[in-house]
Design a protein around this ligand. Sequence first.
Ligand SMILES: Cc1cc2nc3c(=O)[nH]c(=O)nc-3n(C[C@H](O)[C@H](O)[C@H](O)COP(=O)(O)OP(=O)(O)OC[C@H]3O[C@@H](n4cnc5c(N)ncnc54)[C@H](O)[C@@H]3O)c2cc1C
Length: 408
Amino acid sequence: MTPAPTPAPTPALTPVPRSITVVGASLAGLSTVRALRAEGYDGALTLVGAERHLPYDRPPLSKDFLKGAADADSLALGTAEEYDGLGVEWLLGETAARLDPAARTVTLGGGRELRTDAVVVATGATPRRLPGTDGLAGVHTLRTLDDAVALRADLTAGSPRLVVIGAGFIGAEVAATAHALGLQVTVVEAVEVPLERALGREMGLLCAGLHADHGVELLCGTGVAGFSSDGGRVTGVQLADGRLLPADVVLVGVGVRPNTDWLAGSGVAVDDGVVCDAGCATGIPNVLAVGDVARVPHPFTGRHARIEHWTNAMEQAATAARTLLSGASTAPRAVPPYFWSHQYGSMIQLAGHVAPGARPRVVEGDLDTRSFVAAYELDGHTTAYLSINQPKLFNRLRRGLTPLLATP
Ligand SMILES: Cc1cc2nc3c(=O)[nH]c(=O)nc-3n(C[C@H](O)[C@H](O)[C@H](O)COP(=O)(O)OP(=O)(O)OC[C@H]3O[C@@H](n4cnc5c(N)ncnc54)[C@H](O)[C@@H]3O)c2cc1C
């Protein structure tokens, strides 16, 4: 990937904006309005969200919600009482179509123009689709509550054979949930070692082993050439090596594309996400970005990256609120990026950065029992911790992580 362009030095953002529009009403957007109010901001706040739903939690969509162990109400990120107290104008089911920073306007899909002193971009990302799947019944991606409802309906109609394309975290979680529902599941992964980029080779192989532990077939190192259908509904997945996997339901989990199309022509620098500094400022006064859509300097490498984790969305929201209200973009204390994943009853947690060349060393437990904490070490420095089913120790250790660059 080409290095992200460095945003222009952020000019002073003073005075504090009298009105702020947050575009994207999910975790990062809601966390931003919460943080602004918590910091004492008493100006006008508008939250624009393309989905009809009030903000809800996405992690359970591939886990308990898909399994049927949690209902939609339990996913709510806030309560009616809290939302009343926030004093926010909610524009749900509305899509921002254009941003004009000079005119200080956000134009909605229907043509309505919102005037605003500042904009926080919190529009997240959309799953990538595969060619040949448009309009093909039985082929799913998973990002939204509506996606999860549709996928669950297909998974619980009879005993469908599920093929999951992509053995990343979303694909692995859906495979594990479908296995728990008693379905026959095959996972197809283009690279030889799933999750190698996130976890390194050894731990990528180990996590991929969870599928085999539970009798779920994992086919690595082969791409998808196409799909067979009965005209309207998928019947199989054609692999690049010639094999045809029968399938009644297919989940495509091959990554996401940040939702930035609406920023075209705005002057905001976009390069696989909205390019920001560490204070979430874009270089255009009073335009900031947070959450999965934001491409910020990684706290542990300094290189621009989108950090698609739940906790990051909340941390960046707090950072953006401080930037908006202080009038200056300042980098927060470097917090190690953190995410978790639940698969086959196991809790996987990673914090920090798995630097190229860093070797995992088990510091507690053992790999065979799938219960351990491993430290990734490079030049005597621990750059990350990975844990399976050892949350207590992991959570203690991760607080001590520091960027390699900041080591004396
Ligand atoms: C199935 C699933 C499971 C996950 N599990 C985990 C996990 O176990 N652990 C973990 O750390 N993370 C997990 N994540 C990731 C985590 O949920 C995300 O990092 C988090 O949701 C990011 O929040 P966000 O607000 O930045 O983006 P999103 O949650 O994607 O929200 C963006 C919102 O903006 C809206 N929007 C987009 N464009 C526009 C527009 N032009 N106008 C108005 N609104 C717009 C979208 O409709 C959406 O509602 C999971 C994600 C998914 C999908």
